[in-house]
Design a protein around this ligand. Structure first.
Ligand code: B12
Length: 219
């Protein structure tokens, strides 16, 4: 079987050592780093996201797949840097103020990275000012807000309001977390909602493809 296909499979099943060997082999066979990412790693993370969405795999399997992808990426990154290749899109993600849950947010960050985004993870208990400062600094295309407690849903609404009221560059905001919904997203004026990490990757791509923010000059 073709090395690229084998690498795809190694990442899907979370075989990190296999992913390392196959990444090196794919490069030695003359594949470019970008080609390896586009043809093996991204499709693998898309499959992982789809399986997670359909409850065919769960958090542990997703984490080992992410680790395999990270192993492969660590071998490809030096080549990308040498070639001056950088991710096309940037995302910021954080759990809103008062909320310390980060397992779901981390999975979304993994999927976004696997989809080709540069992701700046602000962590948990992030204040509205924390989000705004990061938006000003990193000029992201999208911002993800996570809230896992019903009691921090108002903080999510407040964060979105503060972002919109600030002078920070225009940005699309996507929300998620167990207690929030599409209806809540619409009520607070978020650009999108996603129920799980796989859907979050699809939505992020939809948001950047829809544009509307691309006119803003980015670094
Ligand atoms: C683990 C956990 C904790 C851990 C958190 C550790 C950590 N590092 O995250 C600890 C022990 C710290 C904790 C503390 C508390 N917890 Co807690 N916790 C949980 C638990 C068991 C699992 C949450 C989880 O990780 N789920 C798995 C992830 C994968 O799912 P997820 O978060 O929903 O994320 C997915 C989607 O929602 C979505 N998503 C998430 N974020 C985002 C963001 C974006 C942008 C997008 C697009 C999508 C998205 O994608 C994710 C992946 O598919 C839940 C119960 C449960 N079974 O869910 C309770 C639960 C969330 N906790 C609860 C409570 C009450 C608390 C405490 C208040 C308890 C206390 N009395 O101290 C504290 C609050 C601390 C605080 N200030 O935040 C309640 C919340 C009730 C409510 N409706 O508000 C729950 C539901 C338990 C219960 N049944 O009562 N908790």
């Amino acid at each position: 079987m073709e090395t690229i296909k084998l690498l795809y499979k190694a990442v899907v099943v979370g075989n990190s050592s296999g992913a390392a060997v196959l990444t090196k082999r794919a490069l030695s066979e003359g594949n470019g780093a970008e080609e390896v990412i586009d043809r093996a790693l991204m499709p693998a993370m898309a499959t992982v996201g789809e399986k997670f969405k359909n409850s065919q795999i769960f958090v542990p399997e997703m984490l080992v797949a992410a680790r395999a992808m990270k192993t492969a990426m660590s071998l490809l990154e030096p080549r990308l840097l040498a070639a001056g290749v950088t991710p096309k899109h940037t995302a910021i993600i954080g759990t809103v103020e008062g909320d310390l849950h980060d397992i779901g947010k981390n999975l979304v960050a993994i999927m976004w990275r696997g989809t080709g985004f540069r992701v700046i993870d602000l962590g948990v208990n992030v204040t509205p000012a924390g989000f705004i400062t990061a938006i000003e600094e990193h000029l992201p295309d999208i911002v993800g807000l996570s809230a896992v407690l019903t009691t921090t849903m108002p903080a999510m609404a407040g964060t979105l309001k503060a972002i919109r009221a600030s002078n920070c560059p225009p940005v699309k905001v996507i929300i998620g977390g167990a207690p929030v919904s599409q209806q809540f997203a619409e009520a607070i004026g978020a650009d999108a909602y996603a129920a799980d990490a796989g859907s979050a990757a699809d939505k992020a791509l939809e948001l950047v493809a829809a544009g509307g923010i691309s006119a803003f000059p980015r670094r």
